[in-house]
Design a protein around this ligand. Structure first.
Ligand code: C2O
Ligand code: CU
Ligand code: CU
Length: 510
């Protein structure tokens, strides 16, 4: 199956862009793989908001004899009506599209019994979770059709909005866009003491944003492919097309997840009120930040607070511009970087329950001391879907990290197109962006960042446990098409002096 896929474009991304810019072409073919750069999309003011926002159910769990919280997820094929009477073939966990929301507490031991009822192999990866590599659900933990995987670990990180999705090498975009994705929420005592809205589906709302293409009668179609990957011209939120959300409290917490394969959003409110950001990928910020938009690339999350007045309506929108995307206008227009969408209409009831006051200090985030950095590594995101000039090889461990050390990863996007950069196992801090301190919205815990063209990001991360020289974790571009083409590498965490070598059975030949 790998042979039929594009391994290396005959035309590099940079040269294709240059050709487009020079010739004003809108279509161009990469070695047998048709790329049609989609034109700008603007759905603001055009969405009917006639469907109540679906709320993914909470995943059931039970405590087994030793106190482990046990969940069950079954990957299955099904069909979904995104428009009344129009049936689309989709995949989901324990249902036909997306999956239930898993919730656990810091300190709990959890296990997820994953089964695969599909007729293809897949995996389930716990994006943002600190856990042993063998439990990570990456491309080495394939679950064959009819097979199962029961990873378990102890939740050992702050309250956060994490998520789960498949990670089979070369097939991630396909499996995620068919519908395999869900949220994994972590809580802790410190977060509970803050008085934040916390009633799931009532004032604490999952908002899983995905773009999609639809036929005129509402059947899902393949999205158009820009250089970023497939870009749909409509949005689904939690699988709902044109969603509205009725709220009955003055204060609402929205957990935004960009589960789209390629599209980056700039979330904003229709009346231009500030977006009150309280948390990023790995947990709460020290204090909320008022922004005019929150930019999320694929894989990133943000928690925002919304204060509403009785009876009011306000629309969550996404308004990307070349400037918010950090892109040249021609590149922006071909990669969704000039698109605007209506996302979700929030309707406040005529009478609202009062909100508790939220503490102004949300969390304590201790900075890493750069003097402790044991190793500095560089990751160049270049042309041709490579990192440091190499495409992903399942049999090659690219980086070996010593457990118990602080590392500096310098990520350099030397491309004209945007990428994103995600690291498994850890939450990192951004030490600098082109030598400058990060803005407050990027100063907290992160596991995925949007990397603007010609920009260098310095990340600090600690690898505190789970040495396993034979099982690597992944780092990769989270634009899923890029990842599938090989924009990914592997690192192993080892004891001091140990060598990383792929263990038997985890190296899949292709
Ligand atoms: Cu969200 Cu390696 O993945
Ligand atoms: Cu991940
Ligand atoms: Cu990329």
């Amino acid at each position: 199956m790998l042979q039929t896929r594009l391994r290396r474009p005959a035309v590099t991304i940079g040269s294709a862009i240059a050709a487009l810019a020079a010739g004003g072409l809108v279509a161009l073919s990469f070695a047998g793989c048709g790329i049609v750069a989609p034109g700008p999309v603007d759905t603001t003011g055009e969405v009917d908001f006639d469907a109540p926002l679906a709320i993914p159910p909470l995943a059931e769990s039970h405590l087994d004899a030793d106190g482990t919280r046990v969940f069950a997820l079954d990957a299955q094929a099904g069909s979904t009506e995104f428009a009344p009477g129009a049936t689309s073939a989709t995949w989901g966990f324990n249902g036909s599209f997306l999956g239930p929301t898993l919730v656990a507490d810091r300190g709990e031991r959890v296990r997820v019994d994953v089964t695969n009822s599909l007729d293809e192999a897949t995996t389930v990866h716990w994006h943002g979770m600190h856990l042993p590599a063998a439990m990570d659900g990456g491309p080495h933990q394939m679950i064959e059709p009819g097979g199962s995987f029961s990873p378990e670990w102890v939740v050992d990180q702050p309250a956060a909005t994490l998520w789960y999705h498949p990670h089979p090498h070369g097939e991630t975009e396909s499996h995620v866009t068919k519908g395999l994705a869900g949220m994994f929420l972590l809580h802790d005592e410190a977060e509970r003491a803050l008085g934040l809205p916390g009633a799931y589906g009532v004032d604490d709302i999952p908002v899983i944003v995905q773009d999609a293409g639809f036929s005129a009668d509402g059947v899902r179609e393949d999205a158009q492919r820009g250089y970023a990957g497939g870009l749909g011209d409509e949005l689904l939120v939690n699988g709902t097309r044109g969603p509205f959300l009725e709220v009955g409290t003055e204060l609402v917490r929205l957990r935004l997840l960009n589960a789209s394969p390629a599209r980056t959003y700039a979330f904003t409110w229709s009346d231009a009120r500030p977006v009150e950001l309280i948390a990023t990928d790995g947990g709460l910020l020290e204090a909320s930040v008022a922004l005019d938009h929150v930019r999320l690339s694929p894989g990133e999350r943000a928690e925002v607070l919304l204060r509403v007045a009785p009876g009011e309506r306000v629309v969550l929108q996404s308004r990307m511009t070349a400037e918010t995307a950090g892109l040249e206008p021609v590149v922006a227009s071909m990669n969704g970087g000039a698109d605007a969408f209506d996302v979700l209409e929030v309707r406040a009831a005529d009478e609202l329950a009062p909100a508790a006051s939220v503490a102004s200090k949300l969390a304590e985030i201790t900075d890493f001391d750069e003097a402790d950095v044991a190793t500095t590594r560089t990751f160049e995101l270049g042309d041709s879907f490579e990192i440091n000039g190499e495409a992903m090889d399942m049999g090659r461990i690219d980086e070996t990290v010593t457990v118990g050390t602080l590392e500096r990863w310098v990520v350099e996007n030397s491309n004209a197109v945007p990428h994103s950069f995600h690291v498994h196992d850890v939450q990192f801090r951004i030490a600098s962006i082109d030598g400058e301190a990060p803005p407050p919205e990027l100063a907290g815990w992160k596991d995925t960042i949007f990397t603007e063209p010609e920009t260098t990001y310095e990340l600090l991360m600690r690898f505190d446990d789970y040495a396993d020289p034979g099982t690597p974790y992944m780092y990769h571009c989270h634009l899923l098409w890029h990842e599938d083409q090989g924009m990914m590498g592997q690192f192993a965490v080892v004891e001091p002096g140990q060598r990383a070598t792929m263990s038997e059975g985890t190296h899949h030949e292709h």
